[in-house]
Design a protein around this ligand. Structure first.
Ligand SMILES: Nc1nc2c(c(=O)[nH]1)N[C@H]1C(S)=C(S)[C@@H](COP(=O)(O)O)O[C@H]1N2
Ligand SMILES: [Mo]
Length: 236
């Protein structure tokens, strides 16, 4: 299957003044991932459409649902449920009241495009989990999006890493709708698909439930270094 030329996996769709990419040809993306983990990032499929966005940032905008859910910051609620002692419904202000972590990292999509020096800010996912109190049976997390299509997963150990954020700022500004605002997940040590946009719910569950992209061929453990063997980095 890897012998066929890799077709452009994305098509651009105009929505008023906005531009987004609806994802098609996920099988082709699987091929692209194989190339990416072999370090052939020169085969980047990034289209440069990101430069058409307001603000002119270098990201390619994805939405597997083909739409951008709009949630006003004051109306935003994050539900933390499942195997927890205290189910939570958090506002944006609640998240901002937790200790803030600021990171500057290179953002990398498995299809090859990358954006260096991206500023992120948010609460540590670990602090959100501790506020809810994860029960002993809870070993993994399931993340849901307001788009009602994309989902993601992490093991509890991955979720507790220092650089896994419930992010409310990106590119040194409040998260825009295109980038998943008001709140998205930012899993800094993994490829971009793990950073679920328009985060609506975190469910603590017993075992990992592969998310949307994983069901379509991406590794559940999307470490940026391409390692697939460890499910948790040493020391965590
Ligand atoms: N809800 C949602 N989150 C998502 C996606 C998506 O399509 N829907 N795409 C993922 C992928 S593959 C990447 S590379 C990043 C891209 O982030 P951006 O759209 O802010 O550029 O978002 C990730 N999170
Ligand atoms: Mo991606």
């Amino acid at each position: 299957m890897a012998t066929a030329p890799v077709p452009d996996p994305a098509r651009t769709v105009n929505v008023g003044r906005r531009v987004f990419l609806g994802m098609v040809g996920l099988g082709a993306l699987g091929v692209a991932f194989g190339a990416a983990v072999q370090g052939k990032v020169g085969q980047a499929l990034g289209s440069g459409v990101g430069s058409l966005l307001p603000g002119g940032d270098q990201f390619t905008i994805y939405s597997v649902s083909g739409s951008f859910p709009t949630v006003a910051p004051h109306a935003y609620r994050l539900h933390v449920t499942g195997l927890v002692d205290r189910p939570l419904t958090l506002t944006l202000a609640d998240l901002q009241a937790l200790p803030a972590t600021r990171l500057v990292r290179t953002f990398q999509c498995v299809t090859g495009w990358r954006v260096p020096g991206v500023h992120w800010e948010g609460a540590r996912l670990r602090d959100v989990l501790d506020a809810a109190g994860v029960q002993p049976a809870g070993r993994a997390l399931l993340f849901e999006s307001f788009d009602r299509v994309d989902t993601e997963s992490l093991t509890l150990a991955q979720a507790r890493l220092d650089d896994v954020l419930v992010a409310y700022r990106m590119l040194d500004a409040p998260l825009t709708v295109e980038h998943g605002g008001p709140v998205r997940l930012y899993v800094a040590p993994m490829f971009g698909y793990k950073s679920l946009k328009w985060l609506s719910a975190i469910r603590v569950v017993e075992t990992v439930v592969p998310g949307y992209w994983e069901e379509n061929g991406y590794p559940v453990n999307g470490w940026l270094d391409g390692s697939t063997a460890p499910t948790v980095p040493p020391g965590s």
